[in-house]
Ligand binder design. Structure first.
Ligand code: ADP
Ligand code: MG
Length: 240
């Protein structure tokens, strides 16, 4: 579903991604971890063309992201993204946060968009909050809205960038529960997260990235067993 081949990226003279190669098959859940500033966000932003890269190739469901002929808005509509800070539209109700792109990007009729939004709000346990505005909800609730909003577009894959790291500790599990359910239902996912419990539970593979390089890319049994790199070892000893 997602193929990343020899991708390198520079910000000016600074090389942020170094010859990164990996892939995510349909239904796989890949967890990406690594030190702050190592290029995790940059890598997943390259997948839905929120960032450009200078070398290598990325294809999503057969569509080449770097090809100038690719319809980027269409690509972004098909790949859901959830950010650390939710990034909901503050001036729209929760319901309208979930319907706006369905109507404006996918051209769905209002009725169909509302129906889909209501189903998804029910699924993330927020039906009672449809008429509220984002800032009236807790961080955990806002993040569940953000996930529901991404799912409203019927994405072929979901990208998560540290979805729980801005949350108060007691709200982390309500968001992870939604992600675990999604993973078990077979959603293709790339998740930047340091929630190693989540990784152990649902990851197909764990990628460890350090200074722009993919240093480890292995199944969780290996990564959490004794087969990780010394650099990953050092990192894990700091976060666990
Ligand atoms: P991570 O998500 O792993 O913390 P990022 O992908 O956000 O890392 O950033 C990787 C590196 O690239 C960092 O050193 C960061 O300072 C740098 N960087 C990120 N965005 C930009 C930018 N727009 N311009 C210049 N440097 C950037
Ligand atoms: Mg980041």
């Amino acid at each position: 579903m997602i193929e990343i081949v020899n991708v390198s990226k520079w910000y000016g003279n600074f090389q942020v991604l170094k010859d990164c190669t990996t892939s995510v098959a349909k239904g796989e859940v890949v967890v990406i971890c690594g030190p702050s500033g190592s290029g995790k966000s940059t890598l997943i932003k390259c997948v839905n063309a929120l960032e450009e890269f200078q070398q290598g190739s990325i294809t999503v469901d057969g569509t080449s992201v770097g090809d100038p002929r690719t319809d980027l808005p269409e690509l972004r509509a098909r790949v859901g993204m959830v950010f650390q800070n939710f990034e909901l539209f503050p001036h729209l109700s929760i319901l309208d946060n979930l319907t706006i792109a369905q109507e404006k990007v996918l051209g769905r009729k209002r009725d169909a968009a509302v129906k889909k939004a209501e189903q998804l709000l029910e699924r993330v346990g927020l039906s009672a909050h449809a008429k509220k505005y984002p800032l009236q909800l807790s961080g955990g609730q806002q993040q569940r809205v953000a996930i529901a909003r991404a799912l409203a577009m019927d994405p072929i894959a979901m990208l998560f960038d540290e979805p729980t790291s801005a949350l108060d500790p007691e709200m982390v599990s309500e968001v992870l529960d939604v992600m675990v359910t999604l993973a078990r239902e077979g959603m293709t996912m790339m998740c930047v997260t340091h929630e190693m419990g989540f990784a152990r539970q649902v990851a197909s593979r764990v990628i460890f990235i350090d200074r722009g390089e993919i240093v480890d890319d292995r199944p969780p049994e290996q990564f959490f067993g004794n087969e990780r790199s010394p650099r990953a070892e050092q990192f894990l000893s700091k976060i666990l």
